[in-house]
Design a protein around this ligand. Structure first.
Ligand code: UT7
Length: 330
């Protein structure tokens, strides 16, 4: 949809566990190889949290770093949204705990549980709070400890995921032409079981049986999700540009969810978008769910790949199934 949400990114930050796990670390204990993983996914290594590290600490550190980059105090934040499917606890929300850890005022803080789409939906949500005047400055974070819900005995998923957090401070645009020009958000609950965690909710509470049957780990129909992701990513990129009346060659950079390098390349190839205009860091971090877009965004901003006036698209898809995009004039 064509929109006019006058917001800008004031600063970004990331937090990563220090432990690096390479493909060869999996090859030594699962029936897999570095070659298979790299060819099928683009991944070389990922970060995995140590036992003392978790979503709250990573999310808080990423937010603190984004606040410093934005030259903004925690007390100036009016809204905090945390995209996560691996919350610190089932209750309360991780966003409330980050709010307290940072020393924010008693501002609204809520979690966004749409998996890999979490950060993009959080940006679209926060932007509307800012556009409506409800908030002037918002802190948006994607924080995940995917290793805590990943079955490390399942080679189909163990090799894919990583842990990370990325955050951005959004505020009312200071330049008249800056802001979000188009956004799309969608969901198809008919495909809910394409990526899911069978137990731990109201239907299958934790029991000895659910633990023994490994029902607390993420399950995924990789092939189905792959097909969905390629066609949805291409459709979203084209549709979002059309909504804003922007031509493909006017687009400066795409920051996509890092799910699989082949998915990203295939969608860009079908659309005719050169890969030089796409941020890819899956080789170093794997798929970090809601953290993947903000980590890639932070790397692109730090490397000087995003300048004022650029047209940048954030785009993601994931469990739900859900999808979302935001086209931003920086
Ligand atoms: O972020 C949320 C969204 N998630 C995604 O976007 C993930 C989308 N899906 C994918 O990225 C890919 O489907 C995977 C990377 C998960 C799998 O790649 P694939 O090329 O689709 O493989 P496949 O599932 O079709 O399996 C092909 C073969 C199978 O063996 P058989 O049945 O042909 O004998 C698998 O058992 O590869 C086997 N396989 C592996 N072999 C070595 C699956 N995982 C591995 C592995 N190492 N790690």
């Amino acid at each position: 949809m064509k929109v006019h949400w006058p917001v800008e990114i004031a600063g970004t930050g990331v937090a990563l566990p220090s432990r690096v796990v390479t493909n060869n670390d999996f090859a030594s204990r699962l029936e897999t190889t570095d070659e298979w993983i790299h060819q099928r996914t683009g991944i070389r290594e990922r970060r995995i949290a140590e036992p003392h590290e978790s979503t709250l600490g990573l999310g808080t550190a990423a937010c603190a770093s984004a606040l410093r980059a934005a030259n903004t105090e925690a007390s100036e934040i009016d809204l905090l949204i945390c995209g996560t499917i691996t919350p610190e606890h089932t209750l309360p929300t991780t966003s409330c705990q980050i709010q307290a850890a940072l020393g924010c005022r008693h501002i609204p803080a809520f979690d966004q549980v749409s998996a890999c789409t979490g950060f993009v939906w959080s940006v679209a949500t926060a932007a509307q709070y800012i556009a409506s005047g409800f908030a002037k400055t918002a802190l948006v974070v994607g924080a995940e400890c995917m290793s805590r819900i990943t079955d490390m005995e399942d080679r189909g998923t163990a090799i894919l995921f990583g842990d990370a957090a990325g955050a951005a401070v959004l505020r009312k645009a200071t330049h008249p032409d800056s802001g979000i020009l188009a956004a799309r958000m969608g969901a198809d609950g008919g495909q809910a079981l394409a990526i899911w965690v069978p137990a731990g909710g109201a239907k299958e509470p934790a029991s000895t049986r659910t633990v023994n049957e490994r029902l607390h780990y993420l399950r995924m129909n990789g092939r189905e999700v792959y097909k969905f992701a390629v066609s949805k990513m291409q459709e979203l990129m084209k549709g979002t540009l059309d909504d804003a009346g922007v031509k493909l060659d006017e687009l400066s950079l795409v920051v996509p969810h890092q799910s699989n390098q082949r998915i990203i390349e295939s969608a860009c190839d079908k659309l005719g978008l050169p890969t030089s205009k796409v941020v890819v860091n899956i080789d170093r971090f794997g798929n970090t769910s809601a953290a993947s877009v903000p980590v890639a965004l932070h790397e692109a901003m730090s490397a000087g790949r995003i300048r004022r006036g650029d047209l940048v698209m954030l785009i993601a898809f994931g469990a739900g199934l859900t999808w979302g995009s935001v086209l931003l004039r920086v």
